[in-house]
Design a protein around this ligand. Sequence first.
Ligand code: PLP
Length: 414
Amino acid sequence: MNAQAQLATAFDVERIRADFPLLKRTVHGKPLVYFDNANTSQKPVSVIEAVDRHYREHNANVARAVHQLGEEATAAYESARDGLARFINAGSRNDIVLTSGTTQSINLVAYSFALPRLKPGDVILTTVMEHHANIVPWQLVAARSGATVKAAPIDQHGELILEEFIKLLTPDVKLACVAHVSNVLGTVNPVREIARECKKRGIPLLVDGSQAVPHRPVDVQALGCDFYAITGHKMLGPTGTGALWAKREHLQAMPPFFGGGEMIREVSFSGTTFAEPPHKFEAGTPNIAGFAGLSAAMDYYQSIGFDAIRAWEDRLLSYATERLRDIPGLRIIGEAKDKEPVISFLIDGAQATDLATLLDLEGVAVRSGHHCAHPLMQFYGVPATLRASLAFYNTREEIDAFITALLKVRKLLL
Ligand code: PLP
């Protein structure tokens, strides 16, 4: 048995599931099968308790109070920054801006980094497989500046055509923006190679890491990108938490995006001076309790380890793919060689939304729709797909229950 197989065999999924209270519930009288993890993950009890404990024992505002509770709240908030810096191997905790999630992180780069630099004729290069959060902010700043947004193509397997992406890295490209992992296809993009090619041409690269950090260890310095955006709620943490990592030189050069309390050094009507990064990007009261929960989420990942998580998830992905392939008329959308456990599919003659609605009655939670990726749906010529997205707390038995339910609802619809 190789090391990967040993890890998967030793993986005590039942012990892990015991940490996730919600997984014990029933839906429409059936045991829940939660396969909508790419949308948001479930939370372990340690995360729920960290949020609860914060409000019961430490609640106060950050940085504004000299009293004990204010210091405790500030320590909780700032220790999430330390945790995130370790989690994605940032060179310094000061290179981590705490945000409400990937959407805010990307908008911060769009308005604070890109917009002041863009001029008519410039190009922002992205890919066909992006989430709207990595398309629409670029379109908004392009519309204001006269720049355009171009999308690099993918092939039918759902892999980025790297040569085409490289060809599109022309001198008018001022920023490139790619997903580390696609939320629809599960495709893992070759971010290191992309970063190398961008660097050769002096083009800054933003990576949307929303779907990568829940599944694999990420080292932003080794990746070689300029910006890395993440969201907390997909990695066991509370909603409304996230981060932007950026190279120091960019954070230094970027003007503040939001103005308000906490991001200033001195305010007067003759002129305001700003705090150093990252604080100059963190105006207003943040989601302090949420960040206390996010620290607990990262501790939880640490306690299991990504080697074990990956071994288990790879096994789940192979098994689910194999079982789905046996269903007549089922087409998997996205068959990249390097893939995270996200499976989009269609069944001939059945609407994705009808299937998802009927699956819900069987206790199976999957997502149907465009998954905030209209251009990708247009590429495949479909309005929607069904998507089963797995996490390390899922099991083979749940995959069996999902397949049984799918066969049942398919029969009802065909
Ligand atoms: N990018 C990707 C790839 C996603 O999957 C998502 C969420 O589904 C987002 C960005 C947006 O994340 P959030 O809504 O947490 O800001």
